[in-house]
Design a protein around this ligand. Structure first.
Ligand code: SAH
Ligand code: SF4
Length: 428
């Protein structure tokens, strides 16, 4: 859903019946069905929290640092999904840990693979304590030389942007840091992307260098379901784990946090997370942006752009990405493009033009390719990179703004409408 590859309009393509049959065929049933789990999960805890958890089961202070490092290494470097795999931890301690804590994975309810190789997983997290299970979607987009994981931060979204499918799903709840980190861990596990596959081999020692080249999941974008800056702590804690050099070790320059413009949280995101920033702008006038992104009524364009100008570390090497969805006849004129250039003056920026991805019931149409290219040219001539995002995974409703988890399931008629759309719009 987030491929930033410059795109030249390709030949119109329709899905053939074999591809549609393929789509139906790949819905994969869960292999395991987790039960309610009262044990707290160590996945998603900071090192300090793991230390406290170990203390609570009676581990001596002098052991805590070393054990924490071992657990961290097994969970995030080796991708261990069970304490039993941790062969350099004593058997007694492994049994004790197993009884008191979890590090398991959410259930993979479905795995869909698009004709273009994009994968979408519907994950179900077991209820912890008195809660109910929640379901979220995570999307993997393979590209030449890199692979981007699109991670969700909330189940549903409160912000009701008029062009976004997720916005039609009521907020069910914020995801926890565990649930956000688990999306990355599950994707890497499913893709066979842990650096030392399998658990066989020499005992790993904490501090072993992790190769970061050649990874399948090389980039993370917080562009799945939800508004990450309305779930700040959990997103921050999860991304700190994702960036930790002794574990998942994703570079902060390969993580992008996308916001629809929660202005007061932007400085905090810069100071406490420090990843790249993407802003869902979509309109250059407040009256239109009020309609498309209702949050604009609270934080209008001028305030949003001021927060961008102040974003810590902003430079040509760390430009802000402005996302701009192309809606036919709504925001796609040459005058809009010129105004965009004027507004962004002085901000190191890249403008990502996103062809609108339709979903059942959506009231917009995507701008045609000539219009998008003309818009891109105006922006480009003003000195801004203006890649047109190649829509990915539309056939499985995995493209930008199409996510909506089966916490609210699609009706069969909606699925058919979707398949018809994937085959019929000829824009991919
Ligand atoms: N809530 C955050 C991140 C998730 S949305 C945000 O709004 O930024 C990720 C991107 O997809 C945003 O730029 C969003 O505006 C865009 N998007 C939403 N619906 C879309 C659709 N139907 N077609 C294309 N892009 C869409
Ligand atoms: Fe929420 Fe982002 Fe969708 Fe708006 S575009 S409804 S903020 S997920």
């Amino acid at each position: 859903m987030t491929s930033d590859v410059s795109h030249s309009p390709g030949a119109a393509r329709t899905l053939d019946p074999a591809a549609i049959a393929h789509l139906h065929g790949i819905m994969k049933e869960a292999e395991t069905a987790p039960q309610r789990d009262a044990r707290p999960s160590l996945l998603g805890m900071s090192r300090q929290e793991i230390g406290l958890a170990l203390k609570s089961i009676g581990l001596e202070d002098r052991q805590i640092r070393m054990r924490t490092a071992q657990l961290w290494h097994w969970m995030y470097l080796r991708g261990a999904s069970s304490f039993a795999d941790m062969t350099n931890v004593s058997k007694t301690l492994r049994t004790e840990l197993e009884g008191r804590f979890a590090i398991g994975r959410p259930e993979i309810v479905t795995e869909q693979i698009s004709v273009d190789g994009t994968r979408k997983w519907l994950l179900r997290f077991p209820p912890r304590g008195a809660g109910r299970p929640v379901e979220v979607e995570t999307v993997y987009i393979p590209e030449e030389g890199r692979g981007t994981l699109c991670v969700s931060s909330q189940v549903g979204c409160t912000l009701t942007c008029s062009f976004c499918h997720t916005g039609t799903q009521k907020l069910v709840r914020n995801l926890t840091a565990e649930e956000i980190v688990a999306q990355i861990v599950v994707a890497r596990e499913r893709l066979g992307d842990f650096p030392l596959p399998g658990i066989a081999g020499p005992h790993p020692e904490p501090g072993v260098a992790v190769p970061s080249e050649g990874r399948l999941v090389s980039n993370v974008v917080m562009m799945g379901m939800g508004e990450p800056l309305l779930n700040f702590e959990a997103v921050r804690n999860a991304l700190m784990i994702a960036m930790d050099g002794d574990g998942l070790s994703l570079s902060r320059r390969r993580i992008t946090l996308s916001t629809s413009g929660v202005v007061p949280m932007i400085p905090r995101a810069g100071a406490e997370i420090g990843t790249l920033l993407a802003i869902s702008l979509h309109a250059v006038r407040d009256d239109l942006r009020d309609d498309l992104v209702p949050l604009n009524r609270r934080y209008p364009i001028a305030e949003l752009l001021e927060a961008c100008r102040q974003y810590p570390g902003l430079s040509n090497a760390r430009r802000i990405t402005f996302e701009y969805v192309m809606l036919a006849g709504v925001n796609d004129s040459v005058a809009d493009a010129r105004e965009l250039v004027r507004l962004l003056k002085g901000i190191p920026a890249k403008i990502n033009l996103i062809p609108f991805n339709p979903w059942p019931g959506s009231k917009y149409e995507c701008s045609d390719w000539d219009t998008i290219e003309t818009f891109a040219e105006v922006v480009n001539r003003a000195g801004y990179a203006s890649p047109i995002r190649t829509p990915r995974g539309r056939d499985i409703l995995a493209a930008c703004g199409q996510l909506k988890s089966a916490s609210e399931k699609m009706r069969a008629s909606e699925r058919l409408a979707l398949l018809a759309m994937a085959g019929g719009n000829g824009e991919d």
